[in-house]
Design a protein around this ligand. Structure first.
Ligand code: ATP
Length: 139
């Protein structure tokens, strides 16, 4: 059995990751999904949150927006709206985004606006969490 699989993580802005990986832990529609080499073919929605990627025995963390994951033939492709490494995250921007989303949620009764604000809130929370986890790991 192969020890690694090919992992491509693509956003509309860039190829975020393209390399061999040993494990990927990500939010799927069924909760947390751990993807190992040789995983059976799968297509699943990806939820906003923190993803962890094991590369050369070292866990990397990233914040993810929502999207899709496909695994087939020992290659996983993840298409997400945005992804950031912790060092790329502007925490003040995420805090402003969190505040805006919280205000919008309390101001609106329109379901589609609530849905958009909830997604924005979750993206901001994921970014803040990824940045603080990385900081704690370094300390
Ligand atoms: P904002 O309201 O701050 O723009 P957003 O959740 O609407 O946040 P996205 O649409 O998910 O932003 O992302 C747009 C682009 O901005 C992507 O390239 C994403 O990686 C980047 N981005 C968003 N928020 C941050 C942040 N706090 N720090 C660094 N990059 C960010």
């Amino acid at each position: 059995m192969a020890k690694t699989f090919t992992l491509e993580i693509i956003t509309p802005y860039r190829v975020f990751f393209s390399d061999k990986a040993e494990n990927l832990i990500i939010n799927s529609s069924d909760g947390e999904l751990g993807l190992l080499p040789g995983h059976e073919p799968i297509v699943t929605p990806v939820g906003i949150g923190i993803a962890k990627i094991l590369v050369d025995g070292e866990w990397k963390i990233a914040s993810f927006s929502d999207g899709f994951l496909e695994m087939e033939g020992n290659k996983a492709t993840v298409l997400v709206g945005a992804a950031e490494w912790p060092e790329e995250i502007d925490v003040e921007r995420a805090e402003r985004s969190l505040k805006r989303a919280t205000e919008r949620l309390s101001d609106t009764s329109m379901p589609w606006e609530k849905r958009r604000a909830t997604l924005a809130l979750h993206r901001a929370q994921a970014r803040i969490k990824a940045a603080s986890l990385a900081k704690a790991n370094k300390a």
